[in-house]
Design a protein around this ligand. Structure first.
Ligand SMILES: *[C@@H]1O[C@H](CO)[C@@H](O)[C@H](O)[C@H]1NC(C)=O
Ligand SMILES: *[C@@H]1O[C@H](CO)[C@@H](O)[C@H](O)[C@H]1NC(C)=O
Length: 257
């Protein structure tokens, strides 16, 4: 038996014996680094999850299911879908799915010299939120967690700085704002506009979901009801353990303080 598999069996056994709780108070790594070494996985209390994830990855053969989300930073339906459906699903199924977030939605752009001026459905603050999230995606691997943190906060924009500090301590807020106010952000937002305008069929509302680049009413409804079930069912390779059989509840991580 491979050492990897043996470790997996051992951890599963330990988890069964000791209730699956792990100490997490000594975790000093940002989430994208949790699985980068055995030590950090242990410190952050996610060893079992990392081993499972590495195991699935090494056995992965089929193409990942591509989930696209066209949204606006302050639209309530978008925030609900992003925080309650997309992120929890991605945490469990990131080995078999890839996510593309395009914050733009029903915004409008007008050329202004070399740059573009943007108008957003929910006002200037929404344009700012879209831009912050776009810049963050361009600057760190931890973008999804930061965006989740912002979108699940009472004030999406105000939460930005503390969410960045929490999930990507190496990324300075000043550099994010430099992107937001500068040419890079402006160009990146133009790319979002082009991607949104290229949708076929054109989007009629937000959040607008594509699966492997395709939008149908059926896929949209299934994604809204249970993205988790949809991704598991669309994945053509061997289903990861997380997909399980039938009903499944989101795994909860426990913390011993
Ligand atoms: C997961 O895989 C990576 C790359 O193969 C490896 O460096 C890391 O140590 C593994 N993590 C765990 C917890 O086994
Ligand atoms: C960030 O944006 C720049 C400028 O558009 C681009 O060249 C670069 O590839 C982007 N990087 C990432 C990680 O998206």
């Amino acid at each position: 038996m491979k050492a990897h598999l043996l470790l997996l069996v051992l951890t599963v056994w330990l988890n069964v014996q000791f209730g699956g709780c792990a100490l997490s108070s000594s975790c000093s790594h940002p989430p994208s680094k949790w699985c980068s070494s055995l030590d950090s996985a242990v410190q952050c209390g996610v060893l079992k999850q990392c081993l499972e994830s590495n195991f699935t990855r090494s056995h992965q053969t089929a193409d990942q299911v591509e989930v696209g989300l066209y949204y606006e930073s302050l639209c309530p339906g978008c925030r609900g879908f992003l925080t309650q459906m997309l992120l929890p699903t991605w945490v469990l199924l990131n080995d078999i799915m890839s996510v593309t977030l395009v914050p733009y939605g029903n915004a409008q752009e007008k050329p202004d010299g070399e740059k573009y001026i943007y108008e957003c459905q929910h006002g200037e603050l929404e344009c700012l939120g879209n831009m912050i999230e776009t810049c963050i995606m361009n600057m760190t691997d931890d973008a999804y967690l930061i965006i989740y943190c912002m979108e699940s906060s009472a004030d999406v924009i105000k939460a930005g700085e503390s969410c960045v500090n929490l999930y990507s301590p190496d990324l300075s807020w000043d550099s994010v704002m430099k992107c937001v106010k500068g040419d890079v952000g402006n160009q990146l937002m133009h790319q979002n506009a082009l991607k949104t305008k290229a949708l076929n069929p054109p989007h009629q509302y937000v959040p607008w979901v594509t699966i492997n680049g395709v939008h149908t009413e059926d896929l949209q409804n299934k994604a809204m009801n249970s993205l988790f079930t949809l991704v598991c069912s669309m994945y053509k390779g061997t289903k990861p353990a997380a997909c399980g059989g039938g009903q499944r509840h989101y795994r909860s991580y426990c913390h011993n303080e």
